[in-house]
Each structure stands twice: as structure tokens, then as C-alpha cells.
Design a protein around this ligand. Structure first.
Ligand SMILES: Nc1ncnc2c1ncn2[C@@H]1O[C@H](COP(=O)(O)OP(=O)(O)O)[C@@H](O)[C@H]1O
Ligand SMILES: [Mg+2]
Length: 357
């Protein structure tokens, strides 16, 4: 069983606390993504699971077995884990077959067993016809699939992937997302996937752990995290969002920086609030609650990306490309709003914006 249980794991390099009090359980067969900005501790967590790094404190279990904690430390090669990293790390002097066979060769498996397993896994990653080629005769995507095949050939129950697609071009990255997901489904293995790319995380994961500065901000399905973000950081990290300072009272939220215009609100928060609006949740509507003037319009085919000045505030509005009609800059418009998120004004947003700038 490839469940992973992480109990109170903290990791510091000298004074630098990189992971704080990690407490998570990953289910058997689950596709988990560690998502977060560069430097937030994703690779460190993955390396702790793999056994390349010892936690400063806390315990790690794979299945029922304690692999790290107290005096116990099981080395990486005894953890039964497959791994793929950002750089393909395939051996240039070996052909595809030998690259993939390597983990079994060093385990001194029989030739017949090696042949059967290598052929099976090459089929899975769609490389059967390339077995005799050398890495320099393959595309980046094919080389990365060699690395994936090599990670899978020993039939691990747990696969760790650290930004495996980030060296590939955009189109290939998209195809590979679905391939990896399909392979995971087919084999029923547990995957822990690391990325800083929110679209990748959304497309592949059963569950996303969004991390900031070594602390899990939210754990949930892509839908949860996108639609019900726990805080402003989460709302900002996934998808496009703009924040506005508001005042909640009498069933409305009033925006001082929009000349005091307001939108209806029947939620629980009162007083000063941070309102997060995804630009795709705004639309042009003659009876919308906000009025302003159009500043700019960019037709991008799939979407129509506009900026509207409302009072002193520039508001981004993204409407579906098929609803496109030419507007004139300077023309008055009204905006309707489908959905928005309201957070307590706890100073977090200011802190966050400071970190970013
Ligand atoms: N071996 C190490 N020694 C010292 N600091 C490290 C080491 N590995 C990682 N760090 C630091 O830990 C933090 C998190 O790094 P990392 O886990 O690689 O982040 P991510 O993968 O999310 O980009 C960074 O500040 C990094 O500099
Ligand atoms: Mg990393």
C-alpha cells in the first residue's frame, strides 16, 4: 500500500525554516500535487519523501512503515519509489531499452524478466518503436518519457515527479499532462507531483496542496481551491484575480475607490473587507451594478480581454471570444458580476502585495 503519512514534519537548513509542521496523509492511488511559488519548499518535501533529505523533526510513513523519524531512517533505494526530475537525466551512451532496463539490471534480474518488464513499460509510454534509438535521436518529450519509463519499470507503488514537464515546450507539456495522468490511472499508483504551474496542477490532480513559505495554505480538489480559496494568497495564486478594498454594510459592498459604487452582498462579513473578483466573472450588462468607461479592449480569439475604469479603479473584464463585439475606448459601459469572494480585511493582502513587489 502506498499511502504516505506525514506527521509534524519540519525542515530547517541552518536558521532557514523551509517546511513548518507538515501534517498530511496521501491516499493509495491518489494524485497529489505540491503547488506553490519557487522556493516555497516543494522539492524539499519531495526529497524528504524520497529519502534524500532527513527532516529536522517529525515522522514519515510509507504504508504502515516508519521510514523517517526518531532513530529510524530507511535509505532511498529501500523505499520502493520511482522518481523523475526536471532534467531528463537519461544516459546518453545507452539506447532507450538499456536506459529503461538499468534499474532492473543493477537488481540482477533475469534477462527474460527484464525483457518482459521493459517492453511492457515502453508500451505504456508509447516508445516501443524507439527501443533501439539513442537519446540524441529523440525529442525532449520522448526523452522525458524514457525517464518516466525508467522510473516505472521496477513497478513502484509510489511515483515522485519534480517539475518533469518544465523543460518541454507548451504544446508538448499539455499532451504529456494527460499522458502522465492516464498512466497513473492505468497503473493505480500513488503520485506526488511538484509544480509551480497552476494550470498543470489543476489539470492533473485529485488533490492540490498549495504551499507558501513552507506552510500548506490549503489542501483540496482543484475545484475547491479555485472556487473556495481559504485566503487571499490562494485566491491570487490560482487563476486570474483582482482585489478591491470594500465596506460591507446593509446588504451591499461599497467600494470607496470606485466612487462609492456598490454590489449586492448577502454574506456574513461586515465592515472592511477584501473583495476578490475573477475577471471572467464580470460581463457587460446594461443593468449591471457598476458603471464606468472602457479604456482598452484586446481580442485574443478565445477571449476578449478588456479594462474598464470604474471611479479611480481600473477593472479587468474577460468575456468569451464568441461574445466579442467592437467597443469604442471611452464609451460608457455597465458591468454585471456573476461571482466574487469576500475576505476579512486582515492586512494579509497588503503583506502579500509587498512580498510580490
Ligand atoms: N540543501 C540545501 N541547503 C540549504 N538550503 C536549501 C537546500 N535545499 C533547499 N534549500 C532552501 O530551501 C528553500 C526551499 O527550496 P525548495 O524546496 O527547492 O523550493 P521549491 O522546490 O518550492 O522551489 C529555498 O529557500 C532553498 O534555498
Ligand atoms: Mg523545486
Amino acid at each position: 500500500m502506498a499511502t504516505i503519512t506525514i506527521k509534524h514534519i519540519t525542515k530547517a537548513f541552518g536558521d532557514n525554516v523551509v517546511l513548518r509542521e507538515f501534517n498530511e496523509t496521501f491516499g493509495d492511488g491518489e494524485f497529489i500535487t505540491l503547488l506553490g511559488p519557487s522556493g516555497c519548499g516543494k522539492t524539499t518535501m519531495l526529497r524528504i519523501i524520497a529519502g534524500f533529505e532527513k527532516p529536522t523533526s517529525g515522522e514519515l510513513y510509507i504504508g504502515d512503515q516508519l521510514v523517517s523519524g526518531g532513530k529510524t531512517f530507511i535509505p532511498p533505494e529501500k523505499r520502493g519509489i520511482g522518481m523523475v526530475f526536471q532534467s531528463y537525466a537519461v544516459w546518453p551512451h545507452m539506447n532507450v531499452y538499456d536506459n529503461v532496463a538499468y534499474p532492473l539490471t543493477i537488481q540482477k534480474k533475469s534477462k527474460a524478466e527484464i525483457r518482459e518488464k521493459v517492453n511492457r513499460v515502453l508500451d505504456i509510454v508509447h516508445l516501443a518503436q524507439y527501443a533501439r534509438r539513442f537519446p540524441n535521436q529523440l525529442s525532449g518529450g520522448q526523452q522525458q518519457r524514457v525517464a518516466l519509463a525508467r522510473a516505472l519499470v521496477a513497478e513502484p507503488q509510489l511515483l515522485l515527479l519534480d517539475e518533469p514537464l518544465s523543460n518541454l515546450d507548451a504544446k508538448l507539456r499539455e499532451t504529456m499532462r494527460f499522458e502522465i495522468k492516464e498512466i497513473q490511472r492505468q497503473l493505480g499508483i500513488t503520485v506526488v507531483y511538484v509544480t509551480h504551474d497552476q494550470t498543470e496542477a489543476m489539470a492533473m490532480s485529485d488533490r492540490i496542496l498549495l504551499i507558501n513559505r513552507g506552510v500548506v495554505q490549503q489542501s483540496g480538489t482543484p475545484e475547491d481551491i479555485y472556487n473556495r480559496p481559504a485566503n487571499q494568497f490562494v485566491a491570487d495564486f490560482l487563476g486570474k484575480v483582482d482585489f478591491f478594498k470594500g465596506e460591507s454594510r446593509d446588504g451591499r459592498i461599497l467600494f470607496p475607490a470606485m466612487g462609492g459604487q456598490s454590489i449586492p452582498y448577502d454574506g456574513p462579513r461586515k465592515g472592511g473587507v477584501d473583495v476578490a473578483i475573477r475577471p471572467e466573472n464580470l460581463y457587460f450588462a446594461a443593468d449591471g451594478p457598476l458603471s464606468g468607461t472602457l479604456e482598452s479592449q484586446y481580442y485574443l480569439g478565445d477571449v476578449d480581454d478588456c479594462r474598464v475604469r470604474v471611479g479611480d479603479t481600473l477593472v479587468r473584464v474577460i468575456v468569451n471570444g464568441h461574445e466579442y463585439k467592437t467597443l469604442t475606448p471611452g464609451q460608457p459601459v455597465r458591468l454585471g458580476i456573476r461571482d466574487f469572494m469576500v475576505f476579512e480585511d486582515d492586512g494579509l493582502l497588503e503583506q502579500m502585495l509587498q512580498i510580490q513587489t
